[in-house]
Design a protein around this ligand. Structure first.
Ligand code: AHR
Length: 728
């Protein structure tokens, strides 16, 4: 369980006693809690240390169909018919044929007008309006396990077509069996209009919703029709740049300060010939050859290419971190003596991102719609290649060439420099960890003894894996949170960190677990995703010294920062606490060095917990585990007085313990307590004085009421006596 406690620091803090004591009057639910941990926070201005601006970000890898069939909104899979290979006959999967061989013959040939991807689809229709089935014959594409077509939304269709005669082609979005038509358009053209390859574009508006739709291209006219580069994109994408909105909004939710892309192993390739090549992924989408990623074993049309990654980084306000192939794959390596073309290729990629519009590659970027340079300041030389024979040799060639051309670019080595100095120059070194929950929890101290001089760590991949993780458990998230708290505390030795992998399409899960789970129409965050919300305000914040005192059987990790809230732009004190024990633990915390003005409103407690640490979210219960936020003064529970003790000056100190309502022992909830004696603003004596004043006021009011009542009684008696005398 983790708590993020926020409080305004416009003069700061601690009116928590007031809020807690107000709740004390209403509830009496008791709980036996045996363990107590004490958290001491020093909030004096001179004790804080700035956390790097880019500490927490994301790592995007083309894995699990994270991009193709994921954040890239293209609905057609294998849009250029190249996924089956560049030679013919080629497998056109997942395209399918409508009509049997008495009506239609479908094959592939190399007649495309696009030189880098020559394969096209050729369909020979053997029937005419009299002989063809009523609904026509042709081909369909089911997209990435069903297209999500929504009522009232519009879709841009682009296709390239050529025909042996006149053309009458119906283009429709239908249900998966073709029975329900959601939107349709007829392309009618004379033979001369389509005797050569012709690009046709139009929009379709859907009159229904179906998350398992498909695209159909059908006709009932005899003749030969060629099709190539067929695309269907929703018109409503993130910032109009082609990304699936709901998924990007989840990514935005964690406010990433950087995006490392496009892999991972994806960058390396199983073999060099299948590694990602940035140059093949830019320019008009129809002309991109696409490629088969042989590590994660699927085809990508590369609609999401190098340019789109840089655009996404800019749109998210995240620093791009370009991981490039350094001439090394999983199975083969380029010799350092032959690495020059690879070095030149990488220099070109940097020029593409940053060069002026007059430069060779900067002008290509400008032609794609971005004349301003992208803010590329970080590059990683390879991925997980440190141990490979040619790594150091190749690395130095890249390093020297980039340093020569760009003095401000920070370069990231694959070799771990956390326990001993690197034997080569670098600005940062990469550090990856996938392990059990216990190991990651204990790694909260991993960087405590790392040298503070020399390159800093980039923890670009971390996650709990194996049976502790399930497909995204609370247990994994708790251990990861403890690890991140350790990174926050060691952020003078750690510059950046990102969870891995970020996304998984459940129809093709290649790695487990992942932070964001989706299919064609649904998505949810695993606890590890929600855990990252607790750190979204850490980058650029001020770290405060925070020490936990507890006996060794208590597994509680905590940190405190002063940060600016993205919600209201005010400053907050934020305390994060992870209780990794099965038992609840009392947390007593004290804050010293706070300023005098106390703002009692707006304090919040955010919790991530569940009754079972192996609990997960799912499409059925996407919000079973999710951060829950409560205003502190609305918290239900009760305060328990823990007793008095004396401070150094001999004054009595009162300790109060907050016990949330409905708490169960197994839930890992950390009750917390305030030690008002060490807060600068409200102390126990003042509290008692306040209560005493209230009591005196109550007595005075009671007395006044009594006197008023007595007066009334005497007046009535007087009236009766006068009446009696008159009558007599
Ligand atoms: O995140 C999944 C994979 O794990 C990455 O591709 C690789 O860098 C690591 O081994």
């Amino acid at each position: 369980m983790m708590i993020g406690l926020q409080r305004t620091t416009s003069g700061v803090l601690f009116c928590a006693l007031f809020l807690i004591s107000a709740s004390c009057k209403s509830f009496a639910y008791d709980l036996e809690v045996n363990q107590t941990a004490f958290l001491k926070i020093d909030a004096s201005p001179q004790s804080g240390r700035k956390i790097p601006d880019h500490l927490f970000g994301i790592f995007f890898e083309e894995i699990n169909h994270a991009g193709a069939g994921g954040i890239w909104a293209e609905l057609v899979s294998n849009r250029g018919f190249e996924a089956g290979g560049p030679n013919t006959p080629s497998n056109i999967d997942p395209w399918g044929i409508i009509g049997n061989e008495t009506f239609i013959n479908v094959l592939t040939d190399r007649s495309s007008c696009f030189n880098r991807n020559k394969v096209a689809l050729r369909m020979e229709v053997l029937c005419d309006p009299v002989g063809c089935p009523d609904s026509g014959v042709g081909v369909y594409n089911p997209g990435y396990w069903g297209m999500n077509i929504e009522q009232g939304k519009t879709y841009k269709v682009v296709l390239h077509v050529m025909s042996s005669g006149s053309l009458n082609l119906s283009v429709s979005l239908t249900s998966s069996d073709g029975m329900q038509t959601l939107a349709s358009n007829n392309i009618i053209a004379s033979a001369s209009q389509v005797s050569n390859w012709t690009k046709i574009e139009f929009q379709l508006e859907s009159k229904g919703t179906n998350s398992n739709s498909r695209l159909q291209l059908t006709t009932n006219h005899k003749g030969v029709i060629w099709l190539d580069q067929v695309s269907v994109m929703p018109t409503d994408t993130y910032k109009g740049h082609g990304f699936r909105k709901e998924l990007i909004s989840m990514i935005e939710g964690i406010q990433p300060r950087f995006i490392r892309f496009p892999g991972g192993c994806f960058v390396e390739g199983e073999w060099l010939r299948n590694a990602f090549r940035w140059r093949e992924s830019i320019g008009p989408w129809e002309e991109r050859p696409g490629h088969f990623g042989d590590v994660w074993m699927y085809w990508t049309d590369d609609g999401l290419g190098y340019y789109e990654f840089l655009q996404l980084a800019e749109d998210l306000g995240a620093a791009p971190i370009w991981v490039f192939n350094n001439g090394i794959s999983h199975q083969d390596e380029v010799a350092t003596s032959s690495i020059a073309p690879f070095v030149k290729d990488v220099l070109d990629s940097i020029e593409f991102a940053r060069g002026s519009t007059n430069s060779t590659w900067g002008s290509v970027r400008a032609a794609m719609g971005h004349p301003e340079p992208f803010e590329l300041k970080y590059v990683a030389i390879g991925n997980e290649d440190c141990g490979k024979p040619n790594y150091r040799g190749n690395y130095l060639k890249f390093y020297d060439a980039i340093r020569n051309a760009y003095s401000d670019i920070k370069m990231i080595s694959n070799c771990d420099g956390s326990s001993r100095p690197l034997d080569h120059p670098a600005d940062l070194y990469d550090f990856h960890v996938y392990n059990s929950a216990n190991t990651l929890f204990n790694m909260a101290n991993q960087f405590d003894r790392t040298s503070r001089t020399g390159p800093k760590a980039f923890v670009s991949e971390y996650a709990v894996t194996g049976k502790d993780a399930g497909t995204g458990s609370l247990l994994a998230a708790l251990a990861e949170a403890a690890f991140l708290i350790g990174l926050e505390k060691n952020s003078d030795a750690v510059e950046m960190a990102s969870y891995a992998p970020l996304l998984v399409n459940t129809n093709d899960r290649r790695w487990n677990p992942d932070a964001i789970v989706f299919n064609s129409w649904q998505q949810y965050g695993t606890p590890s995703y929600w855990m990252q919300h607790f750190f979204k305000e850490s980058s650029g914040a001020t770290l405060l010294p925070a020490t936990i005192q507890a006996n060794s059987s208590v597994h509680v990790v905590a940190s405190a920062i002063i940060c600016r809230s993205s919600e209201d732009n005010s400053e907050y004190l934020q305390i994060k606490v992870v209780n990794f024990d099965n038992e609840p633990v009392n947390l007593m915390f004290s804050v010293s060095g706070l300023q005098n003005t106390v703002n009692s409103s707006g304090s919040k407690m955010t919790i991530l917990t569940s009754s079972n640490v192996m609990d997960e979210n799912s499409f059925q219960e996407p919000n079973k585990l999710k951060k829950q936020q409560k205003l502190l003064n609305k918290m239900t529970g009760h305060c328990r007085k823990l007793g008095n003790e004396e401070d150094k000056c001999g004054r009595k100190k009162m300790k109060m313990q907050w016990v949330p309502k409905k708490q169960t022992r197994a839930s890992n909830i950390v009750p917390f307590a305030v030690d008002p004696s060490t807060s600068q603003h409200v102390n126990a004596d003042e509290f008692l004085q306040f209560m005493l004043m209230g009591f005196v006021l109550f007595l005075l009011l009671t007395l006044e009421w009594f006197i008023l009542t007595l007066q009334g009684f005497l007046r009535i008696m007087l009236v009766w006596v006068l009446l009696f005398m008159l009558i007599v």
